[in-house]
Design a protein around this ligand. Structure first.
Ligand code: PMT
Length: 404
């Protein structure tokens, strides 16, 4: 934790009293701690206590005494944002992008990993609305500390206690330790759909949101890699400072960007849903409606994965994807061999919650030696971690080493 810059955001729960001990432990472990509090949190513990322990002023508002506490600067400064305790109300607000306090403004501006330590009564924690908010926040790539079981402030016994400060510090220390295993590696990730123009107003596209690929880019970046993300037309953007994003629209543009950046890449993960065909001719003007039928002639797009597979040098590692609707294992293993991938990640539209646009995915990883791993349905952030773990496990046993 030495030298790490941590923002601790305290929201209004009785567990806020534990924030004092948490600040103390973080500082003792060498971290610089900036505390933010919601107005409700200041009812439970005073800013004076936390500013004395953190040796910094505590911010409770975006604008205080005519001074603007820049949420953007704070969001860029931190190596980690820890929201502890995180109340049901703050989870609901942050899951829905509300921005009504210094905590929510910094959360929305933060580019660093975010950790939630929820605290609430057992029925509030179990409520489907709270659980849906947790799933949504996990889907955005945030990390959750498990809630504890025991006697709650209400006197009821059950799940909902905030993780102990020692557990939070250990969780963060593990996270920062893990971050190092791709230090110095260059990773290329393709993500999102492609749009193939028919005329100036229409295109052939697909339903990819970019969530899976952006989660993979974020996971590599969190673990120290320099990531080049080639992102098709997606509403998403990557937040981590180790990620450089190149926006593309068509398969041809993605091909050209991949050709440019592949040379430098130690590891490439090809999760983009690339059009296999595009209109042979793009009309310069909007095509007018005529007759009952129309035909558009299509031509093949470049197969980016197959081209990279042919160019691959010893020491370069390529992970491909296969999105299937039928004969999944057979199709995926054919793509693995044909495109010269090191392993392939299969997802099937037959599995509920898997594939396009969901916040979740269910994958199978197939290796060239026929080794196969099936995974449960998980959030895309968790799936990204499984894929990156698999890369780490595979490359560290081959000629090319991932640092530990
Ligand atoms: O973006 P999300 O909404 O989160 O959805 C994620 C996803 C479903 C798009 C993702 O998990 C996924 O499956 N991506 C690959 C989709 C796909 O196009 O699969 P494919 O089986 O058609 O292609 C096989 C492989 O070849 C892929 O690695 C693909 O990137 C690559 N390819 C395909 C065609 C082409 N012309 N060039 C390519 O590089």
């Amino acid at each position: 934790m030495v030298g790490k810059k941590i923002i601790l955001a305290v929201t209004g729960s009785i567990a806020a009293y534990k924030a004092a001990h948490l600040v103390r432990l973080l500082v003792k472990n060498g971290a610089a701690v900036q505390v933010l509090m919601t107005p409700a949190a200041t009812e439970f513990i005073t800013p004076l206590t936390l500013s004395t322990l953190s040796k910094r002023p505590v911010f409770t508002q975006v604008i205080a005494e005519h001074e603007w506490n820049s949420h953007v600067e704070l969001g860029l400064w931190a190596d980690a944002l820890v929201i502890a305790p995180a109340t049901a109300n703050s989870l609901a607000k942050l899951a829905n992008g509300l921005c009504d306090s210094i905590v929510s403004a910094v959360y929305l501006s933060a580019r660093c990993p975010v950790f939630f330590a929820p605290a609430m009564d057992l029925d509030m924690w179990k409520h489907p609305a709270t659980q849906a908010n947790v799933q949504r926040l996990k889907g955005y790539g945030n990390h959750f500390l498990p809630v504890g079981y025991g006697e709650l402030a209400s006197g009821l016994v059950g799940e909902g206690r905030m993780a102990e400060p020692e557990e939070i510090v250990a969780f963060l220390a593990d996270f920062f330790q893990e971050k190092q295993d791709f230090q110095g590696k260059n990773v290329l990730v393709t993500a999102g759909p492609t749009y193939e123009a028919i005329d100036p107003v229409r295109f052939i596209g697909n339903r990819s949101s970019g969530k899976m690929g952006v989660a993979i880019a974020e996971q590599f970046a969190e673990r120290g890699a320099n990531v080049m993300l080639l992102l098709g037309p997606s509403k998403l953007s990557a937040k981590h400072p180790n990620i450089q994003t190149v926006r593309v629209e068509s398969a041809q543009q993605l091909y050209e960007a991949a050709m440019q950046h592949f040379e430098k890449a130690d590891i490439s993960v090809l999760s983009a849903a690339v059009a296999d065909y595009r209109p042979a001719v793009v009309a310069e003007q909007k095509i007018k409606k005529k007759g009952d039928n129309m035909t558009i002639e299509l031509e093949k797009t470049p197969d980016i994965a197959a081209s990279l597979g042919k160019m691959k040098r010893p020491g370069q590692f390529i992970v491909g994807f296969a999105l299937e609707t039928n004969d999944e294992l057979q199709n995926a293993s054919e793509k693995l061999a044909k495109k010269n991938f090191d392993f392939i990640v299969l997802n099937s539209l037959q599995d509920a919650g898997a594939g396009f646009n969901f916040d979740t995915n269910k994958i199978t990883i197939l290796h060239r030696d026929n080794k196969r791993k099936d995974f449960e349905l998980k959030t895309k952030a968790e799936v990204a971690r499984d894929i990156v773990d698999e890369v780490a496990g595979t490359v560290s046993s081959s000629e090319f080493r991932v640092s530990s």
